[in-house]
Every structure is written in structure tokens, then in C-alpha cells.
Design a protein. Structure first.
Length: 156
């Protein structure tokens, strides 16, 4: 199993970051590996939402099937609140991930955004070794770059 965690601090409140991340269809705006998102349910928010994400990493193209498993929005009135959005991957690559959005201690106008994934790769993508190596050496740098794009978009 490949475990990857990336994190970044943003000059925005957790509420502002949640407002930007909450529309799942906009994830293609800041995730270079996400080409398109196609909802499989009428609902596009909250637990139970399912969607297909056309994913491209170099020459590898696949459809990532996802279901929202955790949805903890940030309320307008709670500036120090933490938000979470969790997903289960059930396509070629299986596993689970979560975005955590929380105020930086002693600085409620800044936010720490953390993205954690636990992924299992099929044998033809290297299996367990592919998940460990691919996660840390390939996905980690891509997702760090994605978070820099998110930072730029949220802060402008």
C-alpha cells in the first residue's frame, strides 16, 4: 500500500479554502492529473456522491472511480473550524484519501491544507512496490505541485 501525504499553508481562512475546494467539479482547475470529472449521482456534494475522474499521469491514463465517504463542511460562523472531505477509490487504483482543512494555530486567517492518500496499485502498475515507489516518487511531487496551484488560485 502506498501512503502519500502532502500539505501546504494558505493565506486564506479555512472557510475561504473550503468554499474553493467544496465544488468537486472544480478540482480539475488545480489538479494537473485530473482531466475531467463526471458525476454518477444527481448529487454533486456530500457523502454518497459518486463520480469518475479521468486521470492522466505521464503516459498512464485511467478512470478513477470515487465515492465521497466523509463530508465535514466549515460553517460560516466558525472561523477556527476544521473541514474534511474523504473519498474511496474503487477503480483500477483502489484506496482512500482525505483533504483536511484547518486553521493554522494562532493564525485563524491562515489555513493548513493536508491531502493524504492510501492507495493500492494493480499488479500491472507494480502492485505493492508500484504503490510505494509511485506514490512517493511520482504522485507526491505531482500533488505538491497541485497544492501550489491551489494556493495560487485561492490567494488571488
Amino acid at each position: 500500500m502506498g501512503d502519500v501525504t502532502v500539505s501546504i499553508e494558505l493565506d486564506a481562512t479555512p472557510l475561504e479554502v473550503w468554499a474553493f475546494v467544496e465544488p468537486i467539479e472544480r478540482h480539475v482547475d488545480w489538479m494537473t492529473d485530473a482531466v475531467a470529472i463526471r458525476f454518477q449521482t444527481e448529487q454533486t456534494r456530500d457523502v454518497g456522491t459518486t463520480f469518475l475522474c479521468d486521470t492522466r499521469i505521464g503516459p498512464i491514463r485511467l478512470v478513477d472511480r470515487m465515492e465521497i465517504t466523509e463530508w465535514q463542511p466549515i460553517a460560516d460562523s466558525d472561523v477556527a473550524a476544521a473541514g474534511r472531505m474523504g473519498v474511496r477509490h474503487t477503480g483500477i487504483v483502489a484506496g482512500a484519501g482525505v483533504f483536511t482543512i484547518e486553521a493554522v494555530p494562532d493564525s485563524p486567517s491562515r489555513t493548513r491544507f493536508t491531502w493524504t492518500e492510501r492507495l493500492d496499485f494493480p499488479w500491472y502498475l507494480g502492485g505493492r512496490i508500484g504503490a510505494i515507489v509511485g506514490g512517493r516518487l511520482v504522485l507526491g511531487p505531482i500533488w505538491r505541485r497541485n497544492l501550489k496551484t491551489l494556493k495560487r488560485l485561492v490567494e488571488t
